[in-house]
Design a protein around this ligand. Structure first.
Ligand SMILES: *[C@@H]1O[C@H](CO)[C@@H](O)[C@H](O)[C@H]1NC(C)=O
Ligand SMILES: *[C@@H]1O[C@H](CO)[C@@H](O)[C@H](O)[C@H]1NC(C)=O
Ligand SMILES: *[C@@H]1O[C@H](CO)[C@@H](O)[C@H](O)[C@H]1NC(C)=O
Ligand SMILES: *[C@@H]1O[C@H](CO)[C@@H](O)[C@H](O)[C@H]1NC(C)=O
Ligand SMILES: [Zn+2]
Length: 491
């Protein structure tokens, strides 16, 4: 345990060093590597002069709330921000659940239009249920109200690679991603990254130009521990290290300077409380409805002719519960015009949980609440030749990402709910922006000397800070491994 902690302390130091030295290093790594690459693998027709197709990798860390980056040292997120762009407030799509939002990111559509309206749904026309936990996921009919970006990319002659993104192992409109991994939560992050790097660096006609990468954390820990738990700090540090690992692999492969990397998430997370429970059994019989989707935005399908009865039984029973008939769902949520949205929608206020009775296990964190709540918002950072550097933007909508990605890839976007104009300021000027460039010899020496001086000071400072953190980290790591907290507490 002790040695693990020491190595974490070393990691901070190393990351700091990387942070300070990076204005010089990427140029180095990218340039030399690319030459090696061209020299070694250039069988297929003198690649050096060929125009590079734009490359784009979209990464989602599930449930990475926007403000997680500020509660522990996250040197790799920080480096990304400095080398690229950050958006402070990203309004995601209602409901703030995993499947709807991941599909919004790659379609630019609200859930009511792309059709993946929840993680659990019922389609009256198909007379079928969908659950992200079952093989229903592989039925293309659920997905085909929209066309995801990987399909559009391929139809335009591009090649796509997908590692575990929701829907990316489904044959949508007759097409799988050019390269993809079938969903398997046990495949480690490093293996997903390695696969994507191989796809991006394959010899020319084989190489993918658009990739999607998904990782299950920190969502799972957020549910089990609650986002306000100090145990989450360790989880966030781990995600930061995973981001660092990815960047390092991209550098080693000579991709880092050529590839556009977008790091975001589907939603945030909020703390639940055992005192904030709404039990439907107290107000209405289970016989009168089918429970379709889970807390905190519960979809109910009343039995034939029982809508009014269920509605009036629930209306006004708890000030922390909103009860909507489908046609009364507020327009700004863009969540009513789809047959998969049920006749009754119950929305809990932030932190509240809706159950039938209290017998089930409780989670300590959840998401799904209104997308107007800051706690539901995801992180957003991006870097690469298409993006400005060291630029912070106040706000965007997650549906705006789709037209932005189409622009980067040179694709014509399908009709969508986003706007390129709203996010155009994230892009660097000019059609083919040069990599962070033109360092002469002298500035390089200057920054190295400057960095060394700062580093000397920080070494002393960080040592103090890290030593202070050692004890709490040790305590947390031990608590992390308590079996109680390892239990899967998903409702
Ligand atoms: C819908 O499917 C169920 C079985 O899942 C069946 O009992 C029912 O009759 C079907 N309804 C219609 C209208 O086909
Ligand atoms: C999922 O991945 C793990 C780890 O790579 C592997 O051991 C397991 O066989 C895989 N499961 C399936 C169903 O492919
Ligand atoms: C709560 O619901 C479960 C089924 O979900 C049921 O088995 C149990 O009897 C219920 N408990 C009470 C106290 O109603
Ligand atoms: C979202 O975009 C789709 C496709 O253009 C359109 O049909 C739908 O009406 C849009 N939704 C909103 C709320 O504008
Ligand atoms: Zn979740």
């Amino acid at each position: 345990m002790r040695s693990r902690l020491l190595s974490r302390a070393h990691c901070y130091l190393f990351c700091l060093w990387a942070l300070l030295a990076s204005p010089v290093r990427p140029q180095h790594a990218g340039h030399n590597r690319r030459k090696d690459h061209g020299g070694g693998g250039g069988g297929g027709g003198g690649g050096e002069g060929a125009v590079d197709r734009p490359k784009l990798l979209l990464l989602s860390f599930d449930g990475f709330r926007w403000d997680y980056v500020d509660r522990v040292p996250t040197p790799n997120f920080r480096a990304l921000k400095r080398e690229g762009v950050k958006v402070k407030v990203v309004e995601n799509a209602y409901i703030t659940k995993t499947f709807p939002n991941h599909y919004s990111l790659v379609t630019g559509l609200y859930a009511e239009t792309h059709g993946i309206v929840a993680n659990e749904m019922f389609d009256p026309a198909l007379n079928r249920s969908f659950s992200m936990e079952t093989d229903s996921v592989y039925d293309p009919r659920w997905w085909e109200e929209a066309v995801p970006l990987w399909v559009t990319n391929q139809r335009a002659g591009g090649r796509s690679g997908a590692a575990m993104w929701p829907g990316s192992d489904v044959k949508i409109h007759g097409v799988y991603p050019t390269r993809y991994l079938p969903y398997n939560a046990s495949v480690p992050f490093a293996a997903r990254v390695a696969q994507l790097v191989r796809w991006f660096t394959a010899p020319d006609p084989e190489a993918v130009d658009f990739g999607v990468l998904y990782w299950e954390e920190p969502d799972e820990s957020g549910h089990n521990l609650g986002p306000e738990s100090s145990l989450m700090d360790v989880v966030i540090v781990d995600i930061d290290e995973k981001l660092g690992f990815l960047c390092n692999e991209l550098k080693k492969a000579g991709l880092y300077e050529r590839l556009n990397l977008i790091v975001t998430s589907d939603h945030g997370m909020t703390q639940l409380s055992a005192d904030k429970i709404i039990e439907l059994d107290q107000y209405v019989s289970r016989e009168l409805y089918t429970w379709v989707d889970k807390s905190p935005v519960v979809a109910l399908l009343p039995k034939d002719g029982r809508l009014e009865e269920v509605y009036s039984a629930l209306l006004g029973v708890n000030p922390h519960l909103s009860v909507y008939k489908k046609e009364d769902i507020p327009e700004h949520l863009h969540y009513s015009h789809n047959a998969r949205i049920m006749p009754l929608l119950l929305e809990a206020q932030e932190g509240w949980t809706i159950v039938q009775n209290r017998s089930g296990p409780m989670m300590l964190g959840n998401h799904g609440y209104s997308n107007t709540l800051p706690s539901m918002h995801p992180v957003f950072l991006a870097r690469g030749p298409a993006f400005r550097q060291d630029y912070v933007k106040e706000t965007m909508r997650s549906v705006d990402l789709y037209p932005l990605m189409c622009h980067i890839l040179g694709l014509r976007p399908l009709p969508n709910n986003g706007s390129l104009a709203r996010v155009q300021d994230l892009l660097s000027a000019g059609p083919s922006p040069s990599p962070p460039g033109g360092y002469g010899y002298a500035p390089a020496v200057g920054s190295v000397l400057g960095a060394l001086m700062v580093l000397g000071f920080l070494l002393v400072f960080v040592r103090q800070v890290t030593l202070k953190q050692l004890r709490p980290l040790a305590v947390r790591s031990r608590e992390m491994s308590q079996p109680l907290l390892q239990e899967d507490l998903h409702l």
